[in-house]
Design a protein around this ligand. Structure first.
Ligand SMILES: Cc1cc2nc3c(=O)[nH]c(=O)nc-3n(C[C@H](O)[C@H](O)[C@H](O)COP(=O)(O)OP(=O)(O)OC[C@H]3O[C@@H](n4cnc5c(N)ncnc54)[C@H](O)[C@@H]3O)c2cc1C
Length: 381
């Protein structure tokens, strides 16, 4: 049994959720250890944070049926500018926060009709969006296909470089005094007498702690030792993506652009991300010819200028999808066992509020109002 300080906290998973919560706890002076079975960075794939596109887009992504989730998304969205600044200052890493906004484009009349429906729904929620003609869209983005007949412009849907943000969180967490153990696989959550007692690592080492946070992304439900009532209903949802290189000084796009079943995200260094498939394939994270073909075909339809762009990376990641697509945040019926998982396709957007709210709960014992309806007990009613 490795001796830990009496009030120490263990966090399982070194993605945006685990490191975000860990950073806030370390800042508050609590002894906190993040346990990550891989190395944070490219080696963490298919973990979702490295695989992600980093869009902070609650407005254009608002869908019928997700009205309950929207206030949480908007609140986290509002926290991002300050979060990005603080993270940059604490880590010295530029997280690539960009505010040009997002365009959703239609390539034919069918798509324009659908877009009009989406526009009306999103406006009915009070979201600020502007309807553009095809020509007006091309004035904003001259390389868009001449087939674009209409578009939505969303000025407040921004983006961050999720990979830089993850590296920044790692750095900020360590600088605040957090302990990070990479290549440390949690093999069992130790629970006894209705309380969490710590974890056992695959190496056989046991770590004792009165608080354990489950932030293991798509793997959160598979951790041995979790009693059924504390097991978050989370499953992996695969997303394939790719990156093209465009000249940083003459990028093909400045805005994030959405089309039918595809989005394009331009980065400061000229990389143009093309994403993403949505597949229910369990823990299979293989790239497929069909997946990559569909992404390239749809991207090319929107932006024919990518024809000559070097294809520099292909990858797949596993989103932690919950039963209702909303995150699972807060306490469980096991004393000291806390959940920060199930963020599905919004984990980067939800990073600031997850970090703030879950750390607040651990530090004060109080669940903030903002996350009260996102506890695991909603699945037990
Ligand atoms: C293709 C794709 C595109 C996306 N695009 C966006 C987007 O544009 N905007 C947005 O907001 N969100 C997006 N998402 C979703 C977002 O990336 C996730 O919701 C978020 O990253 C989840 O973070 P996490 O920390 O919960 O999980 P992860 O990043 O998956 O981290 C979990 C970590 O736990 C570790 N782990 C698992 N089991 C163990 C164990 N037993 N012991 C120790 N460590 C363990 C894993 O190795 C992993 O590093 C996207 C996701 C994908 C896949």
């Amino acid at each position: 049994m490795t001796k830990q300080p009496i009030d120490s906290i263990l966090i399982v998973g070194g993605g945006v959720c685990g490191l975000g919560v860990g950073w806030r706890l370390a800042q508050a002076g609590r002894p906190v250890t993040v346990l990550e079975r891989r190395e944070i960075g490219p080696g963490s794939l298919p973990a979702a944070t490295w695989a992600s596109a980093g869009m902070l887009a609650p407005h254009v992504e608002a869908e019928p049926g997700e009205e309950k989730l929207l206030p949480l998304l908007l609140e986290s969205h509002a926290r991002w500018p300050a979060f990005a600044r603080e993270l940059q200052e604490a880590s010295g890493v530029d997280v690539g926060y960009r505010t040009e906004g997002t365009l959703v484009v239609a390539l034919d009349r069918d798509q324009a009709e659908r877009l009009r429906f989406q526009y009306e729904f999103q406006r009915s929620l009070g979201l600020e969006l502007v309807w553009l003609s095809g020509d007006a869209a091309r004035q904003r983005e001259p390389h868009l296909s001449r087939h674009v007949v209409a578009a939505l412009y969303s000025p407040h849907d921004h983006q961050v470089d999720n990979r830089q943000a993850l590296l920044a969180l790692r750095q900020a967490f360590l600088a605040a005094g957090g302990v990070l153990r990479e290549r440390a696989t949690v093999a069992e959550i130790l629970v006894g007498n209705g309380e969490v007692q710590g974890v056992r690592l695959a190496s056989g080492e046991t770590l004792h702690a009165p608080v354990v946070v489950i932030a293991a992304g798509a793997w959160s439900a598979t951790l041995p030792g979790l009693p059924p009532e504390a097991q978050p209903p989370v499953r992996p949802v695969k997303g394939q993506m790719l990156a093209l290189q465009t000249p940083p000084n003459a990028p093909l796009l400045r805005h994030v652009v959405w089309g039918r079943d595809v989005y394009l995200v331009p980065r400061k260094d000229g990389r143009l991300l093309v994403g993403a498939t949505v597949e229910e394939k369990g823990f299979d994270a293989q790239l497929t010819a069909g997946g990559v073909y569909q992404l390239l075909r749809r991207a090319w339809e929107l932006l024919p200028g990518i024809d000559e762009a070097p294809l520099i990376e292909l990858w797949a990641g596993l989103r932690p999808g919950s039963r209702d697509d909303a995150p699972i945040l807060g306490a469980t019926s096991v004393q000291g066992l806390i959940l920060a998982t199930g963020h599905y396709r919004n984990g980067i957007l939800l990073a600031p509020i997850t970090a703030d709210a879950v750390s607040h709960l651990i530090l004060t014992g109080e669940t903030p109002e903002s996350i009260r309806s996102f506890g695991i007990e909603r699945f037990h009613r």
